[in-house]
Design a protein around this ligand. Structure first.
Ligand SMILES: Cc1cc2nc3c(=O)[nH]c(=O)nc-3n(C[C@H](O)[C@H](O)[C@H](O)COP(=O)(O)O)c2cc1C
Length: 358
C-alpha cells in the first residue's frame, strides 16, 4: 500500500492544490469513519495489530499507541472515528478558537516536495469552539461504540486565539483563549488541552511567546482551571525558533503555573533553514512543516529533558518522516510523538511502521 501511495497516488495528488486535497481527504476520512466495513478494512491494512502492547499512560491517560496526529490536520474534529484504524493512539484537534475563523487569504498551503515540507499559512481556519463542541459530543458517542481500539483513542484539543482584528489586542486575546478553555471544560470535551501560543501569521502575532504575556495568559487560565475544577493535563505548544535561553524563560513560567507539559513544537519560521531555497516561491508567508522542523525540535526536547528532568511531559513534533525520526524524538526524551507531514509525504502506512519500529 505504501508503494501504491508513493508511486501512484501521491504523484497525482501532488498535482492538485494542497488545500483542495486536504479538504477532500478530511471528507473521505469522515465518510470512512461512519462505515463499519471501511473501518474494519482500514484497520486491517493500516491499523496497529501487533501482539505486543505498546500502549502508554501519560499524565493518567492511556494511549493505545504513542503516535498522534498533530494539530492542524483535523481542525474541525471530523476524523476521530477513522484515525484509530490508522494506528494513531490519539489526535490533537484544532487549533480551535472562540469565534469561527476563515483563515488567511489563499494560498494557505504550499508543498515543497524536495524539502519535504509544507508552507502553512492557514491562519487558524476553523468553525469555532461551539461548533466543535456540538460535533465532538456526537462523534464521541458514536466512537465509544466502535470497540476497544477506538475507546482508547485520546483526543487532545488545541486552543488558540481567534485570528481576527477583534481578538488582536492582549486583553481580548486572553478572553478568547479563556472562553474556549472554559467552554470545553464545562462540556467535558477533550482528554487534554494544549494552549497554542506559537501560530505564525495571525493577527496580533505571537504575543504570548514573551514571558510577561505568557504569565498574564496563564494567570487567567489558572483561574478558569480552578473555577471549572479542571483536572485534565494542560500543555503549551512551543515555538521552535527561539534560542534556548528565551525558550527556557517560557518553560520557567509554565513550570511556575504547574502546567503538565509542553508540545515541542510548532512550525519553523526561519526560511533560511530550508534545504532547497530555490523551491520556495518568491513571496510567501507562514511556517514550514516537515523536515525543516526536525533538528530544531529534537534539540529543544533534549535540552528541556536535561534541564527539567521528568518535570514536564514532552510531546515531540516536527519532521517525523520515518521510523528513525520517531525514534530520535523518543531518544531525545519525548513521551509521545505527533506528526502530519510524514503522513502526507510517506503515506498513512508510516504510522503503523513507527508503532512496529519503536
Ligand atoms: C496543514 C497544517 C496545519 C497546521 N495547523 C496547526 C494548528 O492549527 N495548530 C497548531 O498548533 N499547529 C498546527 N500545525 C503545526 C503542526 O501541528 C506541527 O507542529 C508541524 O506541522 C510539525 O509537524 P510535522 O513536521 O509532522 O508536520 C499545522 C501544520 C500543518 C501541516
Amino acid at each position: 500500500m505504501d508503494f501504491l501511495y508513493k508511486k501512484v497516488l501521491k504523484p497525482v495528488l501532488f498535482l492538485v492544490d494542497p488545500e483542495v486535497i486536504h479538504d477532500l481527504f478530511v471528507k473521505f476520512g469522515e465518510l470512512l469513519g461512519k462505515c463499519k466495513v471501511a473501518r474494519f478494512v482500514m484497520n486491517r491494512v493500516y491499523g496497529y495489530s501487533d501482539l505486543s502492547d505498546i500502549s502508554k499512560v501519560v499524565d493518567g491517560i492511556k494511549y493505545r499507541t504513542p503516535v498522534m496526529l498533530a494539530a492542524g490536520f483535523d481542525y474541525n474534529g471530523r476524523l476521530s472515528r477513522i484515525l484509530p484504524s490508522l494506528g494513531f493512539g490519539g489526535e490533537e484537534i484544532g487549533s480551535v478558537t472562540a469565534h469561527p475563523c476563515e483563515g488567511n487569504p489563499k494560498p494557505r498551503l504550499t508543498r515543497l516536495p524536495k524539502s519535504q515540507s509544507i508552507i502553512v499559512n492557514k491562519g487558524l481556519k476553523n468553525e469555532g469552539v461551539e461548533a466543535l463542541i456540538v460535533r465532538l459530543k456526537h462523534e464521541n458517542a458514536k466512537r465509544l461504540k466502535q470497540g476497544a481500539y477506538a475507546r482508547d483513542f485520546v483526543m487532545g484539543i488545541s486552543i488558540a486565539r481567534t485570528n481576527a482584528q477583534c481578538s488582536s489586542d492582549i486583553e481580548t486575546g486572553i478572553d478568547d483563549y479563556a472562553y474556549s478553555f472554559r467552554r470545553l471544560n464545562e462540556e467535558g470535551i477533550g482528554d487534554y488541552y494544549t494552549i497554542n501560543i506559537s501560530c505564525p501569521n495571525a493577527f496580533g502575532g505571537e504575543a504570548f511567546t514573551s514571558p510577561d504575556l505568557l504569565t498574564k495568559l496563564l494567570i487567567r487560565l489558572s483561574g478558569v482551571m480552578t473555577a471549572v475544577k479542571c483536572t485534565k493535563p494542560v500543555y503549551v505548544k512551543m515555538p521552535i525558533n527561539l534560542p534556548w535561553e528565551k525558550f527556557d524563560e517560557l518553560l520557567k513560567v509554565i513550570d511556575f503555573y504547574k502546567l503538565a507539559g509542553v508540545v515541542i513544537g510548532n512550525l519553523n519560521k526561519d526560511y533560511g533553514s530550508l534545504g532547497i531555497r530555490a523551491e520556495a516561491p518568491d513571496e510567501y508567508a507562514g511556517g514550514l512543516s516537515g523536515l525543516p522542523c526536525r533538528a530544531l525540535s529534537t534539540d529543544l526536547i533534549v535540552r528541556t529533558r536535561k534541564a527539567y528532568g521528568r518535570r514536564f511531559t514532552i510531546i515531540g513534533v516536527g519532521g517525523i518522516m520515518s521510523v528513525a525520526d520517531a525514534r530520535e524524538k523518543f531518544d531525545a526524551g519525548a513521551d509521545l510523538v505527533q506528526l502530519i507531514s510524514g503522513m502526507i509525504f510517506e503515506g498513512p502506512g508510516l504510522i503503523r511502521e513507527i508503532c512496529e519500529g519503536v
